[in-house]
Write a protein that binds this ligand. Structure first.
Ligand code: ACO
Length: 337
């Protein structure tokens, strides 16, 4: 049993949960849009760098090698986040992995990651909210920490979306990539997470899904990603705006207080639309979709870590994190970094 993993007394619950370290990892195989043109040409399909850049802002994505799973990418990101926080695996008392591309049907990728990290004994579970997964996981970890149920959480988004892409569907396969991002979230009396806002609307299941399932030792249905892009696009801009306004109102802040918007990295046009509605300058939006593609639950922590390590995000700044994805799910986390 992890000696640090004791649950504090209810009376000792902290006021805040605060990010103390970030980390991320991209698999080394980088595919440019020109590489995707070649890959699709082998299947008799046409695409172009111009089409992909103009419609999405994506210039490249990374794909994991055969045999590399979400937990492997998560392990790199988690170690980097722990190092940045000055923590070791023995300090961790909660692991949440947001993923839609788990290593196995079960056990959870969080349990597999826990064992690889050597953090055995602490609570560990996966959270499934597709591209909103990391924002959901951060909100859940925040609630658990403030309730006194954990003191040092590892919150990870990790995906190998390349495994569920249909390379005969040019409308989706050029959009996604693999990667992982992580944060260490710790109990603190100094401001950290200020407000969270989560939503889902299951009537939109069909516009973004992987409709296959396992039964009788076989995969039944179609285990590849299906998306009605224009329908997703339309919904995304509206819900990202409402979630942003909700967290700002809960925290008693306004758009003018936001130093950085770190939205789910799906499409540059969705990010521009969201910033415009919030009257935020594009200079305040962290963009990594150009180099990462859409890495689903990994996209927000990947973007956050890139912004921290490049020195753009500084301690004391106010960050607005936003997710939107299959479910349909969406949400926001407002925090003081
Ligand atoms: N290369 C060249 N042409 C293409 C490609 C391609 N890769 N893909 C589609 N086209 C063609 C289409 O066939 C269509 O041709 P047609 O007019 O002759 O029929 C034309 O381009 C336009 O297609 P649309 O789908 O209308 O293009 P749109 O401008 O809507 O862009 C896109 C498509 C990029 C998918 C956009 O709708 C989008 O970004 N949607 C949101 C996706 C998203 O944000 N997902 C996030 C959630 S992710 C998650 O939760 C897992």
């Amino acid at each position: 049993m992890n000696p640090q993993a004791s649950v504090p007394n209810p009376g000792s619950a902290p006021r805040y949960a605060r990010i103390t370290g970030t980390g991320s990892h991209l698999p080394p195989r980088r595919l440019s849009n020109a590489d995707m043109v070649g890959l699709l040409a082998e299947r008799g399909l046409e695409t172009s760098d111009e089409w992909i850049v103009e419609r999405t802002g994506i210039r490249a994505r990374h794909f994991a090698a055969d045999g590399v799973h979400a937990s492997d990418l998560a392990l790199h990101a988690a170690r980097a986040a722990l190092e940045a926080a000055g923590r070791s695996a023995a300090d961790v008392d909660l692991i949440i992995v947001a993923t839609s591309t788990p290593d196995m049907v079960f056990p959870s990728t969080a349990c597999i990651l826990q064992n690889k990290l050597g953090a055995n004994g602490c609570a560990a579970f996966d959270l499934q909210a597709v591209c909103s997964g990391f924002v959901y996981a951060l909100a859940v970890a925040d609630a658990m920490i403030r309730a006194g149920g954990a003191r040092c959480a590892l919150v990870v988004g990790a995906e190998v979306f390349s495994r569920i892409l249909d390379f005969n569907d040019r409308t989706t396969c050029v959009l996604f990539g693999d990667g992982a991002g992580a944060v260490v979230l710790e109990a603190s009396d100094e401001p950290g997470i200020l407000a969270t806002d989560l939503h889902a609307d299951g009537k939109h299941v069909g516009i973004l899904c992987v409709p296959g399932h396992v039964a009788g030792g076989q995969v039944l249905g179609d285990p590849l990603l299906k998306m009605d892009g224009p329908a997703v696009f339309k919904l995304a801009v509206g819900v990202l705006d409402s979630a942003a306004r909700a967290v700002l109102a809960k925290a008693g802040l306004t758009e003018a207080d936001v130093d950085w918007l770190i939205p789910h990295q799906a499409n540059i046009r969705i990010m521009q639309g969201t910033a415009k509605k919030l009257k935020l300058s594009l200079d305040k939006v962290i963009v990594t979709v150009d180099e990462h593609g859409n890495t689903s639950a990994a996209s927000v922590p990947l973007a956050l870590d890139a912004a921290v390590r490049s020195g753009r995000v500084q301690r004391g700044q106010t960050l607005l994190l936003e997710g939107v994805g299959g479910g349909f799910t969406w949400g926001a986390v407002l925090l003081r970094y």
